[in-house]
Design a protein around this ligand. Structure first.
Ligand code: NAP
Length: 298
């Protein structure tokens, strides 16, 4: 999903010039992206500095104008701008065009190019956790923006069947409708009430929570009952704060292989930095320290 040759968002500059990068959103003060990106920038000695910018919906056009003037070399985009920024860009690169959401903007020859690195971030996080996706039967909980990115990531990695299950069934159906005929063949809608029964079947090998259940005021809740987990399955929660949701605790106790949302967060950020810098960046040697630093900052 990352093109083979990458045109750097910000051409290398001489001297000590540091190009500015930012994450834009509202709210934004909680974002771990500055810690992640500045750690990576320092490790690789890249000519960037990265900050969090609080941008309200009404100020998005002003921010985009600043990008066009070259005041920033690129941005990460988060809630609530991932869709709203699309009409203000010049080009979308796959899979951002199919997902309909942009989380990274690069400037290439003066043109604003939108990418979505969530899908590749998820794929790399699964590889890191040794969770193979090819030919797997998967229960995907949720049908919001993150779920859409994951559907593409899973289809691309050869998932056999995706059982798509959302509290609001129509939203899941709309997501499925947005797929091609061939893609739809591998995506099945499951009612919210059916989810636990389905997960209990030995044929479901991976369950993924992309709902926000387990965060904030729902910290004591899980989107699946404890009976849904079994030994040998993999359970992935996109939530990273708290680092161990009830969903993951119960899955682990049942003997499942578990992964939270931090690896995906790290790898989607890494993919963005690769786009901006035009370099392939390997983080195996610093991964553990980086994840620890981010956990401590939660
Ligand atoms: P979103 O578009 O707002 O979707 C939220 C989803 O959660 C919807 O499917 C919604 O179902 C469901 N939901 C919310 N409250 C629920 C409840 N009480 N019971 C059942 N379902 C409920 O959000 P998103 O952007 O997809 O993000 C979803 C989660 O993924 C968040 O926790 C976010 O932090 C996480 N995420 C993590 C990463 C990462 O890098 N680790 C990246 C992106 C997102 P309805 O449609 O029925 O309302």
């Amino acid at each position: 999903m990352i093109p083979k040759t990458i045109t750097p968002s910000c051409p290398p500059q001489g001297g000590n010039v540091q190009a500015r990068l930012a994450v834009i959103g509202d709210p934004i003060s909680h974002s771990l992206s500055p810690l992640l990106q500045n750690s990576l920038i320092a490790h690789f000695g890249l000519p960037f500095v990265y900050e969090a910018l609080h941008v309200r919906a009404e100020d998005l056009p002003v921010l985009v104008a600043r990008l066009r003037r070259g005041e920033l070399a690129g941005v990460n985009v988060t809630i609530p701008h991932k869709q709203a920024i699309i009409p203000m860009l010049d080009e979308l690169v796959y899979p951002a065009d199919r997902i309909g959401a942009v989380n990274t903007v690069c400037i290439v020859k003066g043109r604003l190019v939108g990418h979505n690195t969530d899908a590749v971030g998820f794929q790399r996080s699964c590889a890191k956790a040794n969770i193979a996706l090819s030919n797997k039967e998967i229960l995907l909980l949720g049908a919001g923006g993150a779920a859409k990115a994951l559907v593409f990531a899973l289809l691309e990695k050869g998932a056999r069947t995706i059982h798509l299950c959302n509290r609001n069934r129509e939203r899941a159906e709309r997501l499925r409708e947005s797929l091609s005929h061939a893609e739809r063949e591998r995506v099945r809608i499951v009612s919210w009430e059916e989810r636990a029964i389905l997960a209990q079947t030995q044929t479901v090998e991976i369950v993924i929570n992309t709902t926000s259940v387990g965060m904030h005021e729902t910290k004591t809740e899980s989107p699946l009952p404890v009976t849904a987990f079994h030994k040998g399955m993999a359970a992935i929660d996109l939530i990273y704060n708290p680092a161990e949701t009830l969903f993951l605790q119960q899955a682990e106790r049942a003997g499942a292989i578990v992964s939270n949302g931090l690896p995906m967060l790290i790898y989607q950020g890494l993919a963005a930095l690769e786009l901006w810098s035009g370099r392939r960046l390997k983080i195996e040697t610093i991964y553990a320290a980086l994840e620890k630093r981010m956990r401590e900052a939660l």
